[in-house]
Design a protein around this ligand. Sequence first.
Ligand code: GDP
Length: 748
Amino acid sequence: MKFALAGNPNSGKTTLFNALTGSNAHVGNWPGVTVDKKEGIYKKLPEKVEILDLPGVYSMSPYTPEEVIARNVVLDQSTDAIINIVDATNLERNLYLTTQLLELDKPIVVALNMIDVVDKEGYKIDILELEKALGVPVVSVSALKGKGIKELMERAYSKAKEKREGYSPLAESVLGNLLKLTTEMYKIKGVSNPVFKAVKLIDGDALEIAENPDLEKELDKYKAQFDVSNYDGDYGAAIADIRYKHIVSNYSIYLYRVKSYTSKSEKIDRVLTHKFWGIPIFLAIMLFVFHITFGSDFLYLSLIIPEGSFNIELIGKDMIASPGTILQSGVEYLTDLVLGGVYAKMPEGAWYTGLIADGLLSGVFAVLSFVPQILLLFLFLSILEDSGYMARVAFIMDRAFKRFGLSGRALMPLLMCFGCAVPGILGTRTLGTDAERRRTIYLTPFFSCGAKLPIWAAFAGVFSAKYMNLSAEVIVFTIYIIGIVIAILAAILLKKTIIKGEPQTFIMELPSYHIPQIKGLLIHLWEKLKHYVTRAATVIAGAVVVLWFFSSFNFRFEYTGDSANSILGTISRWVSFAFIPVGWGMGENGWRFLVAAITGIVAKEMVVATLGTLSGMSGIDNGAFSALLLSVGGTLGGLDVSVPAMFSFLAFNLLSIPCASAVAAARSELLLGDKKVGRKYFYGAILFWIATAYSVSLIIFWFGTLAVFSPWIAAIVGALIAIGVVIVVTIKSKKLKVIEKGIENETN
Ligand code: GDP
């Protein structure tokens, strides 16, 4: 027997799935897409039941790969019953999916999850009445506390053996007759799940039309004759409206407030989403996370530790490094040990020493040593996400974005890009208008992804050690902030120039806060770790070997062992002239930074891997990775400009063309619809990324150089610019208020 688990994202599906299947779950991918497929077995019933976890979706429409997968599974004949998990603390929104599932001719059981939170917040749900209204069993459960799960499965098991006929709220609406007629057409054709399919056809659903074009034609005739939608022929909007009204008047009336109570979430939100303090709190949280991940003076303990107390390798001198830094130093210590051993065993100057030690190991190890910090940062991001805080961040940023006439709807996919740009880009499909979708795709690289982290970590670590007043966490923090600020500026620019069009209005429901589950977090981290190490051992290692080849042989294909005169060295020394103005193309190592930035287009981990390989081969202080990093920019008229050149290099890598997979995703998303127009936007995107990266790096380098030359002049120039920005923003928001007032007056 096979049950499918369907529900909204964050409804507790993963928690319920883990509770049901325990350790025998199997995670794979759905064919062709990178959506997780989770299967497992529930063993506490008379027969074994296969449990299939569907991707979390809000609807059964055909817009995202997740929705299509979920829809195929629920329609599939081999699925015996559906367990619809509903977040009881967000009843109305979650029942929207339920109304669609109820349209299937399939046994359904509703698992009313998070019932513990409902109780705590002073609410009560009349389960028996709700069950009568829905016409299917409703079992209240708490997936987290393991309550009600046995009853849920027993009722699903007994229902799975019975037949059930689909029911749609459309039946009792103005579309009732149309539904009856369309359902008949399906029944005559002998198609299963006729009610579900009829509703989709009326909705104008692309998948359904493709499957039954004949019925669509017939239906169109009726629609043209009697448009009863009351929505000027917009049947999609009519159906959504009917569903919501049905939910409100038939189902959610069974949710009662039993005692007056301000929920904990509301209390926390008063602080965390505060009008003025919201953004500073968010920035402080980010800074704290970076401090734990990259800091060298954990909690600034050096302030209370007396001088001369201790000096321990990997930990620090009179200070204790942050956990991330200690882990990173530990892994680096191990990789150095291995590398030292390999060098000792191999003859100096031989080509295979070059390939294995200088090339392959230096490159791959340079990436691997940052794995602990990447994992730690991901752990924090997952905690922020699972606890419900990330949704608040989108909410707070939305308020800031609105000042510039931008919508916050785009923020969810953009915030996803902090993990990886590919799902972020795919997530833009949820955006309403083409213009908004395109604009958002253009902004995705600016939200620093996990693979770029080794670049920030490598430079931050090395530079904070040399320039004691530059702490590593502040360097990383600055890069993230540069990305967000550039994203806002770019969004305004795009909206005014090449991609015009107003965003749709955006209403967001905030989920209540949760304590994240340790087990889920660990599984997530383990998968990230596997992914990273596999990538380092395959893609990165392969690319490093190619890199080694072109930087070891000259144009006559002789092994030189001197990368400066190699094929790559010769070409890139010429090209690097173009990058002298941005700082990091200067000096004798300028070309090496250029190669790193270019290989970053394959995969962002390659930036650090390339610097590792090229420093291994450079002969600089026998593989001194840090010596190479510190040489960025070098000196200009006697001034040390390596710090501005470093920020310029980091900004360039942040803002320029993302990795190959993200470019491919952006291409396929931009080419949706009209291919010719799409292609123009795609090439536009590539140009836009290069231009943004170059111009921002230019500004950073020259402003930074000014600051090195005279901090006072730089401060005055900076202050003048800041004042200018504040004035412009104030005038703009005043105008906005005037317009809002005007609209209010009109409507009154
Ligand atoms: P999914 O996105 O649907 O897979 O949701 P998850 O299983 O990741 O759950 C989202 C959050 O809700 C997690 O932080 C869970 O710990 C929490 N959660 C899930 N079920 C319950 C429950 O019954 N009670 C409470 N209080 N929290 C729950």
